[in-house]
Design a protein around this ligand. Structure first.
Ligand code: BES
Ligand code: MN
Ligand code: ZN
Length: 505
């Protein structure tokens, strides 16, 4: 089975200074202001007299500038395109990068069946418009036997000309390829998350991680079940042993080749399906547990993109992969396992499996002596109870936690800092082992899971833990640049944090 490259999953983009001949649809942004509706930054692209004709036409079919509202009109004969699509940007007073991404994404979703589009949204913010269009155009069709032909209804838009004042400069080309690389990383993570558990099991996930990593020039090491057993990875073995499809640990290494470069460890939860194990989950909604490897997918996509962007830092990703199944070989509630590094854990609830595989990977990651460690996981339902479906919880060491959350808000993934109240730690004490994997109550479940992980993070490492249980997988309707299914969260947060470390240490 082959792996589609992310480039094939997204439209192509080209910078341009004027409307080309082959453009079918021109996408403009419209904003609301005190003076009514206005078209944002299209002077010079659309001649002044045509601009008012286009605006009148859009207003006549209902355009108000409301955020993400889509309207479409046939283009005036003098404008060399078939139709003009407007997308709302909200109030002209506060059009930020995230609004541009969301509006571009909504426009891209409305452009199915269109071969060539052009947009002026890039005149507001080229990177935001490109990322929004790319992600809005993503769809997962691998398992549709009748997928629409290019250019026909239902097929995503194929090419987008991004209008800019300086199409030929190095800076523009660099900005565009950076935006496309970021979008490709998100699409790669989405593709892995959307691949059903029948087709993505630990060995296959490891194979795909290796294929992606090798293509990006990373060093890739795969531990199979025998190597994990020999190495003492009791958490990964314990969680994986109920499945006929054995677990893996994948390690991907990117070295920038610069002396004194900062070193960042990434760790992602890769449960290819989470039934809960013997502590089995209810049937309703269990199918969504195909997303329980979203942290791992994001980590793989992030390190690959960091290598492509040649970030001047060293990165090692440790990605544990297992399928959490009930069977006669599964671990039992009450079993005691020995994590990598020697800590013993009483497994009171086999559905709290993510922390067990992460603990092994975190201890291994810390042996490399990283300056920073970021782990991410669809770890707790409690994340959704606390913060809803779109807001990752960020925990960890104080300064780095706040830095990661601030960056996450800046790029539109909106991670929020959460505490790890120390009084919860005692509730993880076990009568028989060093630790229990759950508390005996529901309170602060997201923080309790983070406190469990904290036990395995080496002293002196700046650490951030991102719980993306809700944000990684969209089970409701599409919005902005986010379709149904895998969202790619928190790829853009992690990439932006890596860039920030590269710039500021
Ligand atoms: N994978 C789940 C968490 C999850 C829930 C992710 C909903 C996405 C959506 C995790 O392994 C789990 O089952 N956590 C338990 C922990 C509990 C047993 C302490 C939970 O949240 O119920
Ligand atoms: Mn679980
Ligand atoms: Zn899980």
């Amino acid at each position: 089975m082959s792996t589609l490259t992310a480039r094939q999953l997204l439209p192509s983009f080209a910078p341009t200074g004027a409307l080309g001949k082959k453009v079918d649809v021109l996408v403009v942004g419209v904003a609301s202001s005190d003076d009514g509706v206005e078209i944002a930054l299209a002077e010079g692209i659309i001649a002044d007299d045509l601009l008012s004709e286009v605006l009148d036409g859009l207003v006549a079919v209902g355009a108000t500038g409301k955020a993400e509202q889509i309207n479409r009109i046939p283009a005036p004969a003098a404008l060399d395109v078939e139709s003009v699509v407007s997308v709302g940007l909200g109030s002209s007073e506060k059009i930020d990068a995230e609004q541009i991404r969301r509006s571009a994404g909504a426009a891209a979703r409305a452009l199915t069946g269109v071969a060539n589009a052009a947009t002026t949204l890039s005149l507001l913010d080229l990177e935001a418009a490109t990322i929004g269009f790319a992600l809005g155009a993503y769809s997962f069709t691998e398992f549709k036997s009748a997928s629409p032909e290019p250019g026909s209804a239902g097929h995503p838009v194929e090419h987008i000309d991004v209008l800019t004042e300086s199409p030929r400069t190095q800076a523009t080309k660099a900005a565009l390829s950076r935006a496309v690389a970021i979008a490709e990383a998100v699409a790669t993570a989405r593709e892995l998350v959307n691949t059903p558990p029948s087709h993505l099991f630990p060995a296959e996930f490891a194979r795909r991680a290796k294929e992606l990593g090798s293509a990006a020039g990373l060093k890739v090491q795969i531990f199979d079940e025998k190597a994990l057993e020999r190495g003492g990875y009791g958490g990964i073995i314990g969680v994986g042993k109920g499945s006929s499809r054995p677990p893996r640990l994948v390690r991907l290494t990117y070295s920038c080749g610069k002396r004194g470069a900062k070193k960042v460890a990434l760790v992602g939860k890769g449960i290819t399906f989470d039934t809960g194990g013997i502590s089995i989950k209810p049937a309703a909604g269990m199918e969504n547990m195909t997303s329980d490897m979203a942290g791992a997918a994001a980590v793989v996509a992030t390190i690959v993109a960091a290598a492509q962007l040649e970030l001047p830092i060293d990165i090692v990703a440790s990605v544990p992969m297992a399928e959490n199944m009930p069977s006669s070989t599964a671990q039992r509630p009450g079993d005691v396992l020995t994590q990598y590094g020697g800590t013993t854990v009483e497994v009171i609830n086999t559905d709290a499996e993510g922390r067990l595989v992460l603990a092994d990977a975190i201890v291994r990651a810390c042996e490399d002596d990283p300056d920073y460690l970021i782990d991410t996981a669809t770890l707790t339902g409690a994340q959704m109870v606390a913060l809803g479906n779109r807001t990752p919880g960020v925990m960890g060491t104080d300064d780095f936690r706040d830095r990661v959350a601030a960056i996450s808000q800046d790029i539109g993934e909106n991670g929020w800092p959460m505490p790890m109240p120390s009084e919860l730690r005692g509730d993880l004490d076990s009568k028989v082992a060093d630790l229990a994997n759950v508390t005996n109550h529901r309170w602060g479940g997201m923080s309790a899971a983070a406190l469990f992980l904290k036990e395995f993070v080496a002293d002196g490492v700046e650490w951030a833990h991102l719980d993306v249980a809700g944000p990684a997988y969209n089970t409701s309707g599409p919005w902005g640049y986010t379709g149904k299914g895998g969202t790619g969260v928190p790829v853009r947060t992690m990439l932006a944090v890596l860039e920030d470390i590269a710039d500021n240490g």
